[in-house]
Design a protein around this ligand. Structure first.
Ligand SMILES: [Zn+2]
Length: 425
C-alpha cells in the first residue's frame, strides 16, 4: 500500500478542527463525500459538548508581568499569595512547608486524586510551566479532568518566564486568568463494511477527527483519519468474513467524549467486538512505528509476528493509551493503538508545529500496511485469532487512568452529562 489515499485525505481535512466548530463540520463533510464516493454506508452521531477558548492570564510579581494560559473550563480568577516552588506533586506530602495561602509553582500537573490533599493545605493557585517557549501549552485542555470539580485555579507559563519568576520565591505574587467555556454539538461518523460470512463478530477501527484549539493537528490526528480512509477504501474492495465498523470520533481532545458517548449507547455490542484498532498520531516523515496493545500478552505476540512476517518495523508493547480506545477496553475489548512518533511533529503534538510539512505518504504507509495485514488475518481467521481479553493488570491501569482524571468508574460510560438529552436524538 502506498499511503497516498491517506495522504490525500490529510490534505483535505488539514487545519484546526476543534470539536463542534464549523471547521470540524467541514472536515466531516469531506469524510462524508469520501464515504459516498467509495459507497460505504455510514451514520452520524451528534452529542452536546462543553469546550473552552484558550484564555489569557497574568502572573504579576512586583513590577514584572508574565503572560500565562489558564487551564480551561474553569471560572475566571484573581488571587494573590506567597510563591512556593516545588519539584513534584509528591512534595505536598514530603515537604514540611506551610502551604496556606500560597501559590505553588510545579513542573508537572498533579493527578486529580491529589487535589483533595492540595486543597486541604489551603493552596490558592498552581502554576505549571511548559517544556519550551515556542509552543503554546495544551495543558489548559487537561481541565476536562476537573470539569465541575475544578478546585484550584491553575495557569501554565513559559519555561523562561518561570525561571525568572524563581527570583520571587516566598514573595507575594498575583495571578489572574480568564477563559470562555461554551456549549456546542459535536458529531462522530460511524461507517460499516459488512463481512461476507461471520457478521455476528465485528472488528472496530477508530480515530478522532478533532484537533486541539491552536494546532493544525496534522499528525494528531489527520494522520489517523487518512489511514482509516485508506483502510475503508481497501476493505470495501477486499471484504473480510467479519464485519468492520469504522468510528471517526469527535471530542477526543476534550475527554474522549465521542467514544464514551458511542460506547454508552452500544454496550450490548461490546461482547461481539473481537478487538479494536485505534489510530491516533501518524504520518511523520521521520519517526518510529508503535503498537501499544491494551489487552494481553498473546495479542502482543500476534502483532509482533504479523509485523515481522510482512517486514514492517513496529515496536509492540502492552500498556494503556490515552485515546478513544479507553472506553472500549474499559468494557473488555482489547485494543491495538497504532501510532508513529519520534519525528519533530509528534514531539510537537498539540502545538502549532503539528503541520503537514512534516508528513509524507511514506510516513503513513507502514501503519496502513500493518493495519491491512492484521485486519485480514483477524478478519478472515477460522476462529478469532486475537484472544478477546483485557488482563487484570491492564484493567487496573485503565481504571486508574480515569480516576486520576477525576472520572469515577460509574462515569466512564454511564451517567454522562448528555444522557438527559437522549430524547432529542
Ligand atoms: Zn490525538
Amino acid at each position: 500500500m502506498s499511503g497516498k489515499i491517506a495522504y490525500n485525505m490529510m490534505l483535505k481535512v488539514k487545519g484546526i478542527r476543534i470539536a463542534g466548530t464549523v471547521e470540524e463540520r467541514a472536515a466531516i463533510k469531506t469524510i462524508e463525500k469520501f464515504l459516498k464516493d467509495i459507497k460505504v454506508d455510514y451514520k452520524k452521531e451528534t452529542f452536546p459538548i462543553d469546550i473552552s477558548s484558550v484564555g489569557k492570564g497574568e502572573i504579576i510579581s512586583g513590577k514584572k508581568k508574565f503572560s500565562g494560559t489558564p487551564y480551561g473550563l474553569s471560572v475566571p480568577f484573581n488571587v494573590s499569595g506567597r510563591l512556593i516552588c516545588i519539584e513534584s506533586p509528591e512534595d505536598f506530602k514530603n515537604l514540611n512547608y506551610d502551604f496556606s495561602n500560597s501559590i505553588v509553582m510545579i513542573k508537572e500537573r498533579p493527578t486529580h486524586k491529589m487535589f483533595a490533599d492540595i486543597k486541604k493545605k489551603n493552596v490558592k493557585c498552581m502554576i505549571t510551566y511548559s517544556r519550551t517557549d515556542d509552543r503554546t501549552s495544551s495543558l489548559h485542555l487537561s481541565s476536562w479532568m476537573f470539569r465541575d470539580k475544578c478546585i484550584i485555579p491553575m495557569i501554565d507559563m513559559k519555561y523562561s518566564d518561570a525561571v525568572k519568576l524563581m527570583e520571587n520565591q516566598n514573595k507575594k505574587i498575583v495571578v489572574n486568568g480568564s477563559g470562555k467555556t461554551y456549549k456546542s454539538n459535536a458529531t462522530s461518523v460511524i461507517a460499516e463494511i459488512r463481512g461476507t460470512s461471520k457478521t455476528s463478530e465485528t472488528i472496530y477501527v477508530m480515530g478522532h477527527i478533532d484537533s486541539v484549539p491552536f494546532s493544525p493537528g496534522a499528525s494528531d490526528n489527520s494522520g489517523g483519519l487518512g489511514i482509516i480512509a485508506e483502510l475503508m477504501s481497501y476493505f470495501k474492495k477486499n471484504t473480510p468474513k467479519r464485519s468492520i465498523v469504522f468510528c471517526l470520533f469527535s471530542g477526543e481532545e476534550w475527554g474522549l467524549w465521542g467514544s464514551r458517548f458511542y460506547v454508552s449507547r452500544n454496550k450490548e455490542k461490546m461482547a461481539d467486538i473481537n478487538f479494536g484498532i485505534n489510530i491516533d498520531v501518524a504520518g511523520d516523515i521521520l519517526g518510529n512505528n508503535f503498537c501499544v496493545v491494551t489487552g494481553n500478552d498473546e495479542i502482543c505476540a500476534v502483532a509482533k509476528s504479523v509485523a515481522k512476517y510482512n517486514g514492517i518495523t513496529l515496536k509492540v508493547s502492552k500498556d494503556i493509551y490515552s485515546s478513544d480506545n479507553m472506553a472500549f477496553s474499559f468494557h473488555g475489548v482489547p485494543t491495538l493503538n497504532l501510532f508513529r512518533a519520534g519525528g519533530l511533529p509528534s514531539g510537537y503534538v498539540h502545538t502549532s508545529d503539528d503541520r503537514m510539512e512534516f508528513i509524507s505518504p511514506d510516513g503513513l504507509s507502514p501503519l496502513v500496511d500493518f493495519a491491512v495485514k492484521i485486519l485480514e488475518f483477524a478478519g478472515n481467521g477460522a476462529v478469532n485469532p486475537l484472544e478477546r481479553r483485557v488482563d487484570e493488570n491492564t484493567k487496573k491501569k485503565i481504571e486508574d487512568y480515569f480516576i486520576n482524571r477525576g472520572i469515577q468508574l460509574d462515569e466512564v460510560t454511564d451517567n454522562l452529562p448528555y444522557k438527559k438529552n437522549k430524547k432529542k436524538n
